[in-house]
Design a protein around this ligand. Structure first.
Ligand code: COA
Length: 368
């Protein structure tokens, strides 16, 4: 263990389009009062036709790099935690790598549903602390609106689209991620899943007809599971960081349901003013919910350098996890990097690489 892994940059991106509960009531048999009282959600963001999991991830990443004052070609690894990847393969992380110009970075997707961001944060931290890697970009990005059944009122009211990203960098000062817990219980895999489209049930006319490509969920079972594990995982991770719950300035839970969050706060005996909640405006954005909530907590002055923050999440798999972070902020540096300014160049680079590949194909007898 050489270094601490500090979170030095953060960024978020959400689509402009807002879908309110009243809008939903025009599509399915529901109403604003029911959704608010059972979930705490008022509205969610929905990706436009040109927005995808990768495009939201790219926006969030460029903002995070700009805060960290880091060039994209200084990144060693990009992890995209997502439940709505653009393809089974290639990884969405590779699309991000290409479009931000992270020329020296490895890239992979991490599939642990809504817990994915916490898993990715821990993997990134361990890679840095072992001395293997230096600069890692961790992203949670989703366009779940493309995977929900808009005729199923039990699920379509819950989810929203968006992305959040953190930059992690090594430093000698104690700080960054202090402890993490990663857990799973595959016996509950059927409680929240998309049954078809993978190798188990490949896409066929029948799978499409039966709606097996949409999110299916046993809401009350997931509710019970979530309320239980949020408390356990938070207690465990705080203890592993050799802290007391009183030392935690802010709890940032996965933004799935206000009642689940309140029940966790009661179980932990902490008041709601130490808990970050923004699901009223975004719904459940799966892997993106924790980094989006973090960005807004910073913006609202609720998370400052030196503070201890606990992240806790749960999701399909079943998976759950938690992390305690001593918040750092960007490293001081005289230079000013503006990754947004190079977007055109980066796109040109990608086109150039494709062109070279085509020319090589012609020269070396492509398709023979
Ligand atoms: N609008 C109006 N009524 C609805 C409704 C909706 N959108 N969805 C369900 N109902 C109805 C049900 O049909 C049922 O009616 P019935 O009693 O006549 O059969 C009634 O409301 C209660 O349904 P139930 O499923 O027991 O409600 P609930 O209190 O458990 O709330 C969830 C449903 C989905 C909001 C809740 O279970 C939940 O949030 N679970 C966790 C889900 C989650 O977080 N998933 C993501 C994990 S990462």
């Amino acid at each position: 263990m050489n270094h601490y892994a500090h979170i030095t940059g953060w960024g978020m991106s959400v689509p402009e389009k807002i879908l309110t509960n009243d809008d939903l009531a025009k599509i399915v048999d529901t109403n604003d009062g029911w959704i608010r009282s059972r979930t705490g959600i008022y509205e969610r963001r929905i990706a436009g036709p040109d927005q995808t999991t990768a495009s939201l991830a790219i926006e969030a990443s460029l903002r995070a790099l700009s805060v960290a004052n880091l060039r994209s070609d200084e990144l060693d690894l990009i992890i995209v935690a997502t439940s709505s990847p653009e393809y089974l393969f290639p990884a969405t992380a590779c699309l991000v790598q290409d479009q931000i110009g992270a020329t020296k970075a490895g890239a992979f997707d991490l599939s642990a549903a809504c817990t994915g961001f916490i898993y990715a944060l821990n993997i990134a931290t361990q890679s840095i602390r072992s001395g293997t890697l230096e600069n890692v970009l961790v992203i949670g990005s989703e366009t779940l609106s493309r995977l929900v059944n808009w005729k199923d009122r039990g699920t379509c009211i819950l989810f929203g689209d968006g992305a959040g990203a953190f930059v992690l960098q090594p430093g000698e000062e104690p700080g960054g991620l202090l402890s993490a817990v990663m857990r799973s219980d595959g016996s509950g895999g059927d409680l929240l899943c998309i049954p078809a489209g993978g190798s188990r049930f490949p896409t066929s006319a029948t799978t499409v007809q039966d709606g097996l490509h949409f999110i299916q969920m046993n809401g009350s079972e997931v509710f019970r599971f979530a309320s239980r594990v949020m408390v356990q995982a938070t207690q465990e991770v705080v203890e592993a960081a050799h802290l007391d719950l009183d030392d935690v300035n802010l709890l940032i839970p996965h933004q799935a349901n206000q009642r689940i969050i309140e029940s966790a706060a009661r179980g932990l005996d902490i008041s709601m003013d130490r808990v970050m909640v923004n699901l009223d405006r975004y719904g459940n954005t799966s892997t993106a919910s924790i980094p989006i909530a973090t960005c807004e907590a910073i913006e609202q002055g609720r998370l400052k350098p030196g503070d201890h923050v606990a992240f806790v999440g749960f999701g399909a798999g079943l998976t759950w996890g938690a992390a305690v972070v001593k918040w750092s902020g960007p490293f001081p540096s005289p230079r000013k990097v503006q990754p947004q300014r190079y977007r055109r160049l980066v796109r040109l680079r990608s086109i150039f690489l494709r062109l070279i590949r085509q020319i090589e194909g012609l020269i070396w007898g492509r398709g023979k």
